[in-house]
Design a protein around this ligand. Structure first.
Ligand code: EPU
Length: 345
């Protein structure tokens, strides 16, 4: 650590967050700063100008809905660096700083012969945000490749290390969305990548692309297939503002599932290890006829009903209004409650 590391970063007043949320909503923060070293979190919070104000640790802004200005301090995580920290006979341990772009990190692991994260290609956001909602896609959850993380406890400035058990990962869930909410800033994450690589290529969409390309399921082929599937279904936030899936896929008990299936034999679902059934929220929303419908500039994406988009000029409030109408409709029609996935400010 150099002498300048603990220096407080520059606090910018009245800062537009438009470029820092993938919905592209206009909202202003009373104070804004870029965090480039771990110690700067505590340094900022000691500054008398922000003492007592709410704080928001922000990564890529790909999982938030800004509905109004933020009367506090936004700390943009710009911590950089990635490296192979160690290896043994079975495992590579790879660490990345929280501010690294997730997709660029995944691409870097493959370029360096460190496979295992390829199913999570093209997920928007940063490395530091990945454990918070335990990102997952196409047959893999981040938790399966997670070793540990480093974080700062914001109230004390203390550095802490948490292992997988302490992070309490669940489906799109972790300690950081529950008891740990708003208490920590993740500074780096270490992944454990098994040297005995096996493909995860069962997910129907991915399997189809691989088969069509006629290539073996190598890490690179899976990476390319996932990228192709995501590009076909999910809107690029740079072109059409969105925060990925707006709702979690609801999990229901066996009885509820059987009752639903009696009326809707086509219902898209996945059996869980505990016997319960995860329903595809996108299918439920689609079945209610929401694809393409809009409230102002906020709309349901026309290729994946689970994604809400900003067609231009939408506000966070309009997205929430649309989300509430969808929730009410799905509840009335199927008796199933949809839970919003992004953080609403
Ligand atoms: N479906 C429809 N209509 C739609 C959308 C989906 O009928 O408008 C059906 C599909 O045909 C399929 C099923 O619903 O049978 C599931 O759809 P899909 O494979 O697109 O996945 P999902 O369950 O909607 C989840 C994740 C995505 C992840 C994909 C692939 C959640 C909340 N979402 O979506 O994650 O990329 O699986 O693994 O779990 C995200 O979290 O932001 C995200 C994009």
């Amino acid at each position: 650590m150099s002498a300048s590391d603990s220096h407080a970063p520059v606090l910018v007043p009245d800062y537009s967050l438009r470029a820092h949320n993938t919905f592209g909503f206009e909202a202003r923060s009373r104070w804004f700063c870029r965090i480039e070293t771990a110690d700067q979190f505590a340094a900022v919070l000691r500054d008398p100008r922000v003492a007592g104000l709410p704080h928001l640790v922000l990564g890529g802004g790909s999982n938030i809905v800004l509905t109004h200005d933020f009367d506090g301090v936004v700390m943009l995580v710009a911590l950089a660096g990635k490296r192979l920290v160690r290896e043994d006979d079975q495992t590579w341990y790879v660490e990345a700083a929280a501010g690294e772009n997730w997709h660029a990190f995944v691409a870097w692991t493959l370029e360096n012969g460190l496979p295992g994260l390829e199913n999570l290609a093209l997920i928007p956001g940063t490395v530091g945000a990945a454990p918070i909602q335990n990102i997952g896609a196409y047959g893999l959850e981040m938790a399966e490749r997670f070793h540990s993380l480093q974080a700062i406890e914001l109230a004390t400035g203390a550095r802490v290390e948490l292992d997988a058990g302490q992070c309490r990962f669940g489906y799109r869930d972790s300690f950081f969305k529950q008891e740990g909410r708003e208490r920590f800033a993740i500074t780096s994450v270490t992944f454990r990548l098994p040297k005995a690589w096996t493909p995860r290529a069962d997910y129907a969409d991915v399997a189809r692309v691989l088969e069509a390309s006629g290539t073996d399921a190598s890490p690179r082929a899976i990476f390319d297939a996932v990228v192709a599937v995501r590009r076909a279904k999910l809107p690029d936030p740079a072109m059409l503002g969105n925060a990925g899936s707006f709702f979690k896929n609801p999990v229901v008990d066996e009885t509820t599932y059987e009752a639903l299936r009696a009326h809707e034999p086509q219902i898209a679902s996945y059996r869980q290890a505990d016997g319960r059934v995860k329903l595809a929220a996108g299918w439920l929303i689609d079945r209610c006829g929401w694809k393409g419908r809009a409230v102002g500039g906020a709309a349901v994406h026309d290729r994946q009903a689970l994604v809400l988009v900003n067609r231009g000029g939408a506000t966070g409030a309009q997205v929430l209004e649309l989300a509430r109408a969808i929730q009410a409709d799905v509840l009335a029609r199927f008796g199933v409650r949809l839970e919003a996935e992004p953080v609403v400010i």
